[in-house]
Design a protein around this ligand. Structure first.
Ligand SMILES: *[C@@H]1O[C@H](CO)[C@@H](O)[C@H](O)[C@H]1NC(C)=O
Ligand SMILES: *[C@@H]1O[C@H](CO)[C@@H](O)[C@H](O)[C@H]1NC(C)=O
Ligand SMILES: *[C@@H]1O[C@H](CO)[C@@H](O)[C@H](O)[C@H]1NC(C)=O
Length: 334
């Protein structure tokens, strides 16, 4: 009996040693350096109620708005959204060295600019600051965060021009700069993105001016949204049979070119050209775009018969109305 008890005791000791209970391991999960930085961030934000779970007595890996790596336990994601937070992006975020995701979303009382310290985040893949009141120019130094593959600075009050250095991000797949107050033209460097596949560009609802650089014609962009700017000229070079465009929204600009000879890529799903100065007639090739789900060429100077076939007669008249002399179904006969 005594030996059995001893065997059982040593067995349970072995079990405790090799399979520690979750309560023991979770007590030591939080990295002390990360905890220090997080508490500095909380202080910088004025100890908001939104971050009440950030209690120094508890494990930081269990705190609201963040995520630790399952093995290293380092903080890899900070995602602060929809809170009554006010102030600026705390420069201390740059000291969360293992961050891969940094999101500030729907924080209308967030003001100021993007701090330079974020360039220290060499593992950062996703950066989003959207629906805030941050202002000032898009900092040139964002081009230094080479690990980025997703950059979203939409719905803010950013001004100034788009920094050409963003084309130096080799893994960028999406760039959202829409709904700001950006001025100047689209940088020439956007025709020389470093990566294998260029990013989707969302630049709508700004005050961009000038011509779209010809260099962009060399890239196979998956999605382009330049709508609601003041861009000029001929953009027919953004199309062509070799492209892989899925969505092309160039509506509400000052584009002026002959649509008759444009060849659209087969991949096209969305083509919005409404409110420009586009002339000529609708090319026959539009009827062979099998994936076309959305078209709008209204409010231009187009003329001639709408080609018959493909998806073209499935759209309603508002897709074609307010042109110079377009005719045929779904518009009245020629
Ligand atoms: C932030 O923007 C919203 C919407 O434009 C506005 O109502 C609000 O007053 C702004 N807040 C600050 C602090 O500027
Ligand atoms: C870009 O992505 C590739 C593949 O995921 C990765 O190996 C490489 O390290 C990334 N480059 C940078 C600068 O992060
Ligand atoms: C096409 O665009 C015009 C102008 O913005 C709009 O009035 C019309 O409703 C649009 N049609 C469709 C089907 O989106």
């Amino acid at each position: 009996m005594k030996t059995l008890t001893m065997i059982l005791m040593s067995l349970s000791l072995i079990l405790v040693m090799f399979f520690p209970s979750p309560s023991i391991s979770s007590a030591v999960r939080c990295n002390p350096q990360d905890k220090k930085v997080l508490l500095a961030i909380k202080t910088a934000l004025g100890n908001p109620y939104h971050l009440a779970s950030w209690d120094p007595k508890t494990d930081c890996c269990g705190w609201y708005c963040l995520q630790c790596h399952s093995k290293t336990n380092r903080v890899i994601a900070l995602n602060i959204f929809s809170g009554e937070l006010s102030g600026q992006i705390p420069p201390a975020v740059g000291d969360l060295s293992y961050l891969e995701t940094l999101f500030f979303h729907k924080l209308p009382n967030f003001v100021g600019t993007i701090p330079k310290t974020i360039t220290k985040l060499t593992r950062l893949k996703s950066l989003e600051v959207s629906w805030t009141n941050i202002s000032g120019p898009i900092p040139d130094f964002i081009g230094q965060i080479k690990s980025l593959n997703y950059l979203d600075l939409s719905f803010n009050k950013l001004t100034g021009s788009i920094p050409p250095s963003l084309s130096e991000l080799p893994n960028l797949t999406e760039l959202h700069l829409d709904r700001n107050r950006l001025t100047g033209s689209i940088p020439d460097s956007f025709g020389k993105f470093k990566g294998k596949v260029p990013p989707s560009l969302y630049l709508s609802h700004n005050q961009l001016t000038g011509y779209v650089p010809k260099s962009l014609g060399l890239m196979k962009f998956p999605n382009l949204d330049f709508s609601r700017n003041k861009l000029h000229g001929d953009i027919s070079f953004l199309f062509g049979p070799g492209k892989e465009l899925w969505k092309a929204d160039f509506s509400r600009n000052l584009f002026q070119f002959d649509l008759s000879k444009v060849v659209f890529p087969k991949s096209l799903n969305v083509l919005d050209l409404n409110h420009n100065n586009i002339y000529g007639n609708l090319p026959q090739g539009l009827t062979s775009l099998n994936q076309l789900q959305f078209l709008n060429v209204s409010y231009n100077s187009l003329c001639g018969k709408i080609p018959v076939g493909g998806e073209l007669q499935r759209f309603d008249r508002t897709v074609y109305f307010y042109n110079k002399c377009l005719c045929g179904a779904p518009l009245p006969a020629c």
